[in-house]
Design a protein around this ligand. Structure first.
Ligand code: SF4
Length: 301
């Protein structure tokens, strides 16, 4: 009689073919005396395989995981902002902006991953570099108030806010620039940067155009004249370090449109009304990338 593979007692024909476990070849059969012995053996194998799995992970995977876990933890501990960010008003889906304003938890597994958080931080470093480059070239660029904070505005009882990257108050000889002028800086991958350089900010990145125009409008009472002068948009190519600059004259019509949109969203948020989806098709490219897709499309309206 065959002995139980786990305890050595006579086996009663309980067989297990661990075809999924790496340490056994497919089709390996074991005999056990009882289901208890079978499950004891399975637990043991599972732990063993987990240890084996950890050992096989490269040092790169292990360290990256540690970094990303820390970044994600820090991100989760941040206090969510209690206002609608002017930088987001160019977002086409109003419902998504509502979810952001409400701090609606994203769908399971849709939180910012470590790699994306690293990309965001990488972008901030490019902005810091661009500040140094512009100042070294002779631009008088201010990025902080006397108190040390960012320049910014607050409207609608603090429910709409924006923080600007910088304000120019002078340019080097040979560069015609009317000051004060708003500065907005973005870092982009090669594809995005090329598209922006080719088609311009308004067509290639309408979300940034909306952000700039809102900043120009709402900063006017704080920095008189800023809406009368074109803003200088700067895009740094993260792959090649190429630079793209574009003047963005103030577009009063777009500013009004964005401001009206902000008011409509805030009113709907306060009354609890869910604004329409961007599309009637859940496969719309916006929805595909939306972290609230599941709950949005599960809602009745
Ligand atoms: S899933 Fe689509 S419609 Fe719903 S909030 Fe996201 S982008 Fe808007």
């Amino acid at each position: 009689m065959t002995a139980c593979y786990q305890c050595g007692q006579p086996a009663r024909g309980f067989r297990w073919a661990p075809t999924q476990q790496r340490r056994f070849t497919a089709g390996t059969l074991r005999q056990f005396c009882s289901l208890d012995c079978l499950s004891l053996h399975t637990e043991h194998i599972t732990e063993d395989v987990m240890l084996d799995y950890n050992q096989k992970r490269s040092i790169s995977e292990q360290i990256t995981e540690k970094i990303d876990q820390t970044l994600e933890k820090v991100e989760q501990q941040k206090t969510p902002r209690s206002y609608l960010g002017a930088s987001r008003l160019g977002e086409e889906c109003q419902r998504r902006l509502q979810f952001e304003f409400w701090h609606q938890p994203v769908d399971q597994g849709q939180h910012f991953r470590g790699q994306l958080l690293r990309i965001f931080q990488f972008g901030h470093q490019f902005e810091a570099l661009a500040i140094n480059w512009l100042r070294a070239a002779g631009f008088e660029l201010y990025t902080e108030t006397r108190e040390g904070g960012q320049f910014g505005f607050s409207a609608a009882d603090g429910k709409l806010k924006g923080h600007v990257d910088g304000i120019f108050n002078g340019a080097p000889a040979g560069i015609e620039m009317d000051c004060p002028a708003l500065w907005e800086c973005k870092s982009m991958n090669n594809k995005s940067w090329k598209d922006t350089a080719k088609r311009g900010v308004v067509l290639a990145k309408p979300i940034y155009a909306a952000q700039v125009v809102l900043y120009q409008a709402y900063m006017e009472p704080i920095v008189p004249g800023i809406s009368q002068n074109p803003a200088l948009f700067t895009a740094v190519n993260k792959d090649t370090c190429e630079l793209y600059f574009e003047w963005l004259p103030f577009d009063a019509g777009l500013a009004q449109q964005c401001s009206d949109k902000a008011v409509a969203i805030l009113q709907a948020c306060e009354s609890g009304e869910l604004l329409p989806r961007i599309s009637t098709d859940a496969g719309h490219y916006h929805c595909k990338m939306c972290p609230w897709k599941q709950q949005c499309w599960e809602a009745r309206t």
